[in-house]
Unconditional design. Structure first.
Length: 740
């Protein structure tokens, strides 16, 4: 009906020239013509200037004077774009998620090579019965460690498990301090050998870090590089995820490995699972295609017009995907639904064209004249509406995160293509469609049956009912505005919200966080000081205070830093007495305590001027991240100086913290620019403040209610949801422009 109303001024001269009859009344309902459409309202948009008319006439002659050539050109280009689209690849990467200009990410990039990145994968191997101290478990753990070690893209220097040489223990013996690998070189899975490993684990600080607190499971931790060292090309994260999943499937099918459960978490695994789900998007697209076609047919009652609308919208999607390949882009799993959106926008504008075309035919014009009139009349409002959509997508690029910017480019390309397919190709194809008297009679009969319904609905536009609607809208403005203030930045639930709560990944996450003191959720604070600062009591004591402060923040699972380890070693030098588990004040004694801390632990650099503190969190909820970040900033504000700084942040939670802050900073500028652009376009097009307000005010209500609904449904504002708000405003303006 909106489409029908949009065409209400299509041919007022034709509507007025015929006697007002029952048949004409019915046809008016479905065609869009009406008794009132024959007169120009004083509040109607101003007439077009001669320059605009000349431009339209020139385009009209160019397009409709060469109809067959235009169709042939579109056909050839569509075949070419389809061939290009067949080469489109899913492109995912950890670096695409980083707001690289954010201060946290500057810290991350500066220290990534020295202390590792945030792209970790954790595999937990859990005994279904009993504990890990069986020959079968250690056989599987050793084999899994080897398999992970040789996965392409894994940083082999940072693989950690009970079998890797970088996992060691220290103990106090009669002659001083001794140490070694948790699993000795001469290890045999005998009862004595297993008992020795158990003792070594208890002597180390890896309880809860690599071994579950109840000895029911053990971890293999790997870190992925940005570049595959075997090929020199960017690491294929999806392929890496498949390799890790292959490890799980391999040992689940193994006679020995079947006795254990395998849990895998990490960024690569998230992307892999999302990409696996995205592969089924084609099926959903076909279902959506079929449902949309049915609705368009129900509205148009014409197979030919349905085929034109749906086909041209599909053409826009093909061109979009083809252009992405030509421009050297892939499609991110997080952007996989953008083609759906482009298809929906294309159908929406195509239906407007069909509505206006039928109105022209009902007014007595033939198909060619009707198509040309439709093209001329909807070119400007349709172009303005689609331009508004494009601006809505482009403003998303204000978020300086590559994944979001690529999403904006993908969507903007699609909308720009719709300008060609819907505003040019659709009317050209409609010019070949002949609507006979049989079709007209069928539409008249349907209009007669629905006339009472549409007349009843149309009453909402009268002052009496409009006042009620405006009052309801005002209440929604107030209530929605109040609820919208409660929206949170970031994730509001544990696990990965892009996946179902019952997904394999979220189940794995729950298992690891319940049984280990660490997971993949870690934020690292980089402490910068002068050389040899770790031998000074004042510096180390301040770091110890920092560790204690952060350890007591709600949501922190464990903290691992140089001060804690130095105290343990100092006690070791004093026969393991807990009374000596303190930081020594004497510089020589302090140096003795930190000497055994190797740079491979990631707790210090060679000059002892950079000392990371690893903060493991129970989850990556927005409130958890906010509390930790606030605590670190507060401590730095109070105790930081030119001699010592507490810099945020590395680790995956550090990346999330930077991303959340980037989203928080960009959300209002994005909406401001979207609304400013829409207001400007409406003023230029309609030259009416009232008309502009009638279009913009409903959009403002949409934005407020979108925020309110997200708050109510506990959906956080993040990189994958903020673009939806901007899109909603850009798309919503289409209908306002057409109706006005």
């Amino acid at each position: 009906m909106v489409a029908g109303l949009s065409a209400s001024t299509s041919r007022p001269d034709a509507a007025a020239s015929r006697p007002w009859s029952k048949r004409r009344t019915a046809r008016s309902c479905w065609s869009g013509s009406s008794e009132f459409g024959s007169r120009r309202s004083p509040n109607s948009p101003p007439r077009r200037t001669e320059g605009e008319k000349t431009m339209k006439e020139m385009l009209d002659r160019l397009v409709f004077g060469h109809r067959r050539a235009v169709v042939a050109l579109f056909l050839v280009l569509t075949v070419f774009m389809a061939w290009q689209a067949s080469h489109l690849k899913i492109d995912a990467g950890f670096a695409k998620l980083l707001p690289l200009k954010h201060p946290y990410m500057q810290t991350y990039l500066e220290y990534r090579d020295a202390y590792g990145g945030a792209n970790k994968v954790v595999i937990a191997i859990a005994a279904k019965e009993g504990d890990i101290f069986t020959p079968e478990f250690f056989e599987v753990l050793s084999d899994v460690t080897d398999d992970v070690f040789f996965i392409p893209g894994v940083d082999r220097t940072r693989v950690m498990s009970l079998f890797t040489p970088n996992v060691r223990f220290t103990e106090v013996v009669e002659d001083g301090i001794a140490g070694g690998n948790l699993i000795p070189d001469d290890f045999e899975p005998t009862p004595e050998g297993l008992a020795k490993v158990r003792e070594n684990i208890l002597k180390s600080n890896y309880m809860g870090r690599l071994v579950a607190n109840d000895f029911s499971a053990a971890l293999v931790v790997a870190e992925l590089l940005e570049v595959n060292p075997d090929t020199g090309e960017k690491l294929d994260v999806i392929e890496a995820a498949a390799q890790f999943e292959g490890v799980r499937e391999k040992y689940r099918a193994d006679p020995v490995g079947a006795a254990f459960d395998y849990h895998i978490i990490g960024f690569a695994k998230v992307i892999g699972d999302i990409a696996a789900g995205a592969a089924r998007v084609v099926l959903f697209f076909l279902i959506a295609f079929a449902i949309t076609a049915v609705f368009v047919y129900v509205y148009s009652q014409s197979f030919k017009m349905t085929l034109i609308v749906v086909g041209c919208s599909l053409t826009a999607v093909i061109w979009q995907l083809g252009l992405l390949t030509l421009l050297g882009f892939g499609i991110d799993p997080m952007s996989i639904l953008v083609p759906f959106l482009i298809f929906a926008i294309g159908v929406s504008h195509g239906v407007q064209m069909v509505s206006a075309f039928r109105a022209e035919v009902a007014g007595g014009s033939d198909s060619l004249r009707s198509a040309r009139s439709t093209f001329s009349r909807l070119l400007v409002p349709g172009g303005i509406a689609l331009l508004s959509d494009t601006i809505g997508f482009i403003t998303i690029m204000l978020i300086e995160i590559r994944m979001i910017q690529e999403m904006a480019i993908t969507a903007s390309l699609g909308v720009a293509i719709i300008i060609l397919t819907d505003l040019i190709l659709v009317p050209v194809l409609l010019s070949f469609v002949h609507l006979g008297e049989t079709y007209m009679a069928k539409m008249d009969r349907r209009a007669e049956h629905l006339d009472r319904l549409w007349v009843s609905i149309a009453r909402v536009a009268t002052p009496r009912y409009a006042a009620v609607i405006i009052a309801v809208a005002a209440v929604l403005f107030v209530a929605g505005g109040w609820k919208a203030t409660q929206i949170k930045i970031g994730d509001l639930h544990a696990g990965v919200p892009e996946l179902r709560a019952t997904s394999r990944y979220n189940i794995d996450t729950d298992f690891i966080t319940r049984n280990f003191a660490i997971g993949v959720d870690v934020i690292t604070t980089i402490i910068e000081a002068h050389p040899e600062a770790c031998t000074e009591y004042e510096t180390m004591n301040l770091i110890d205070d920092f560790e204690w402060t952060i350890r007591n923040v709600e949501g922190v699972q464990s903290v691992f830093g140089i001060a804690m380890v130095a105290k343990i070693i100092n006690a070791g030098w004093n026969e393991g007495s807990l009374k000596w588990r303190e930081l020594p004040r004497n510089p020589s004694t302090m140096a003795q305590a930190v000497t055994y801390i190797d740079t491979s632990t990631g707790l210090l650099n060679g000059e002892c001027s950079v000392m990371p503190v690893y903060i493991y969190t129970v989850d990556h909820k927005a409130e958890t991240i906010d509390r930790v970040v606030a605590a670190v900033k507060a401590f730095n504000d109070e105790h930081g100086s030119d001699d010592i700084k507490f810099r945020l942040a590395t680790g995956n939670v550090g990346v999330m913290a930077a991303t959340n802050e980037a989203v928080s900073e960009a959300q209002f500028p994005i909406l401001m620019w979207v609304f400013a652009a829409i207001i400007l376009l409406c003023l230029i097009t309609f030259r009416s403040i009232k008309g502009t307000l009638s279009i913009v005010i409903p959009l403002a209500l949409v934005s407020i209610l979108a925020y309110a609904l997200m708050a109510y449904l506990e959906i956080g504002l993040k990189t994958s949801t903020l673009p939806v708000v901007a899109r909603g405003v850009g798309i919503g303006v289409d209908y306002g422009i057409y109706i006005y």
